[in-house]
Ligand binder design. Structure first.
Ligand code: AMP
Length: 217
């Protein structure tokens, strides 16, 4: 299954994507994680992405589509993939659909994680993130060793500063929210998931939504 995760920043796409990927035994492709890893390694991709990411702006569609094409065609994705934050504009949704068509595949489901603005701002402004595994943590100070013991340190992401958060939410409304209607009009079921509550409860809701899609198909 090719599953696209949509939802505003802070809705929990990364956390849920990882849990769902483990459950389904397919990889999670998170473009934001790829950019942060590229930046750590100092590659040209990382340097290019940084100027957009720090402000909370979107990296150009052409860059994203190049990454998606490669990721979808990789042997690891042969049974499917969870695309976390990897489709953020209508041209990206169109480009991904074209690329999947050429290899006889399609997006099977869209999971839309929903939470109100107050909750999103609260989550983003109070989290720290491991600079290695990218896992976000609540209530741990920057500089703390990653609780996953991977040698990483917790940092405050530059785009989790208040100005960038507001910009990311605006960018979501303007450029990403229209992707929901695009999928609906192109026959891809969009499952809305209440992203407020315990992580395990939200995962259970997402898993149920995927079962509904599988049964309907
Ligand atoms: P995330 O970790 O998903 O919040 O992504 C962090 C940042 O990476 C975003 O704010 C964008 O600057 C960039 N980014 C990640 N995925 C995309 C995408 N599909 N389109 C454009 N920019 C992206």
């Amino acid at each position: 299954m090719i599953i696209v995760l949509l939802g505003p920043p802070g809705a929990g796409k990364g956390t849920q994507g990882e849990l769902l990927a483990a459950r389904l035994g397919i990889p999670k492709i998170a473009t934001g994680d790829l950019f942060r890893a590229a930046l750590r390694e100092g590659t040209p991709l990382g340097v290019e992405a940084k100027q957009f990411m720090d402000r909370g702006d979107l990296v150009p569609d052409s860059v994203i589509l190049g990454i998606l094409r490669e990721a979808i065609a990789s042997p690891e994705a042969v049974r499917g993939a969870i695309l976390d934050g990897a489709v953020r504009t209508v041209p990206q949704a169109e480009g991904l659909a074209e690329c999947l068509t050429t290899i006889g595949r399609k997006v099977d489901a869209v999971l839309l994680f929903e939470a109100n603005h107050t909750e999103l701002i609260r989550r983003l402004s109070s989290r720290t993130t491991c600079d290695i595994c990218q896992t976000p943590f609540k209530g741990l100070q920057p500089g703390t060793a990653c609780p996953r013991n991977d040698g990483g340190r917790l940092i405050r992401r530059q785009d989790d500063e208040p100005e960038a958060i507001q910009n990311r939410l605006n960018v979501y409304e303007e450029l990403t929210a229209p992707v929901i209607a695009w999928y609906e009009t192109h026959g891809v079921p969009v499952q809305r998931i209440d992203a407020i509550g315990d992580v395990t409860d939200v995962t259970a809701r997402a898993a149920q939504a995927l079962e509904r899609v599988q049964h309907a198909g």
